[in-house]
Write a protein that binds this ligand. Structure first.
Ligand code: PLP
Length: 427
């Protein structure tokens, strides 16, 4: 084991992270190499900084004017150099403030400074590197984003155990509880929750959120150690009363010493910057101290340094400037209003339809809604819609067809649902 990894492991000894780390997580460290020495030089090298591999002239980066002229609002230093592995410090601090503003249930719970990653996918994959191993189990609802099995099963060889997403008209808290108990091996398990959900478009009600939290508290107090990842990609898009409008991270990071909460979020959907690749990993657990968060952050930085190295400087500074702009929240509200109009129209259209072939599953938030197939297969319906009517949808599995309301203009919804229902009836 590398000496720096040993140091980090000693700093984490006896903590929840110590139990949850994977073999790779245990081996990871952030080298005192080029990046660390350059960061030191940035502060101390007042005469000449001959460290990092970028080209400079009179202290500023060399650049092509053709590129620079496309981003007139930023300084060259905000566009061209490498960003620090952990992300631009000011962006990390502002994002932490945003998390606090949006999640009052955090109360006085302590949590880490968010670490920048190039998108939520990388955030989840990096957490999997640190915490998921062959022999571990990831618990997921059966309706989930298809990238999770690719990350955990295929890359990390972690087993996946699922439970039915719905019980009656709501989230299946009991199924989650039972599956966690069954999946916990040697007192360790990973749970991943994604609300608003892809593909269902469902978020828990306030009561369901309380029941999820209570189930996890019980589970932890029986000695089970659990990493709970909240994928908050679609945070903020809630269309009904009585939905829990915060991240479950807010309730989990001060809940119990046996729970390590990991929030993965980002500007991708929240700030409509899908291609920017800017996301964050934030960790919180009742028993963790600043020294623990620092050690875990260095392990995460080691994972990033050895894969993507660092995230886009340009994208981070665009997001940073936008976070400082007082008009941002009003502009976000405008976009959310547009999506809400589609939700309202979809609900109204669907309330007038009946079919023996498909039925809409409960939805109340986010980008999507899905149909349950009452007969036939979703893949056959998808193909028939595409070839027969020029309508694109996604077959999630045999029994579930996803419709992205986020990408269909409101005036096209009636026609879209006409085609889906008539095609399904013919099958
Ligand atoms: C649930 C969920 N998480 C994460 C992502 C991906 O986020 P990013 O593009 O930031 O990697 C998506 C995108 O489709 C998603 O649906």
């Amino acid at each position: 084991m590398n000496a720096l990894a040993n140091e980090l492991n000693s700093a984490l000894a006896g903590s929840i992270a110590d139990v949850l780390l994977s073999g790779l997580g245990r081996r990871l460290y952030f080298p005192k190499g080029i990046v660390a020495q350059s960061a030191e030089a940035k502060k101390g090298a007042t005469r000449a900084n001959a460290t990092i591999g970028i080209a400079t002239k009179a202290g500023t980066p060399l650049f092509l004017p053709t590129i620079r002229s496309l981003v007139p609002g930023l300084d060259p230093d905000e566009i061209f150099p490498y960003a620090p592995t952990q992300g631009v410090e000011k962006l990390r601090e502002l994002w932490k403030k945003e998390i606090i503003r949006k999640n009052p249930d955090l109360g006085d719970a302590r949590f880490s400074l968010p670490l920048v990653v190039p998108g939520l996918t990388c955030g989840i994959s990096t957490l999997a590197d640190l915490f998921a191993d062959k022999g571990d189990t990831l618990v997921l609802p059966d309706l989930h984003w298809d990238n999770y099995p690719l990350i955990f099963e295929t890359r990390r060889e972690t087993a996946v155990a699922t439970f039915p997403f719905y019980a009656g008209g709501g989230f299946n808290v009991e199924g989650m509880r039972e599956t966690l108990s069954r999946a916990s091996r040697a007192g360790k398990v990973i749970l991943l929750l994604n609300f608003p959900n892809n593909p269902t478009g469902y978020s828990p009600t306030i009561d369901e959120a309380a029941a999820i939290v209570s189930a996890l508290r019980d589970f932890a107090s029986r000695g089970n150690r659990c990493l709970v990842i909240t994928d908050d990609a679609y945070f903020g898009l809630y269309y009904e009363q009585k939905i829990y409008e915060q991240s479950l991270f807010a309730r989990l990071c001060g809940l119990h010493e046996n729970i390590l909460a990991a929030k993965v979020d980002g500007s991708t959907k929240e700030d409509l910057t899908w291609g920017f690749r800017t996301g964050f990993i934030t960790l919180g657990s009742k028993g963790l101290t600043e020294a623990h968060y620092e050690a875990l952050t260095r392990k995460l930085m080691g994972a990033l340094r050895s894969t993507i190295s660092n995230s886009s400087m340009l994208a981070q500074n665009l997001i940073l400037r936008s976070l400082e702009d007082p008009q941002r929240l009003a502009q976000k509200a405008e976009a959310a209003k547009l999506l809400r109009e589609r939700y309202d129209r979809a609900k109204s259209i669907l309330s007038r339809r009946k079919s023996t072939a498909i039925e809409p599953m409960p939805f109340n938030s986010g980008y999507f809604m899905s149909f349950r197939l009452l007969r036939g297969k979703a893949e056959d319906l998808r193909k028939a819609l595409l070839t027969g009517s020029g309508v694109g949808t996604i077959a999630i599995n045999d029994g579930c067809l996803r419709v992205a309301l986020s990408s269909v203009d409101v005036e096209k919804l009636e026609e879209l649902y006409d085609l889906i229902y008539s095609t399904a009836e013919k099958m």
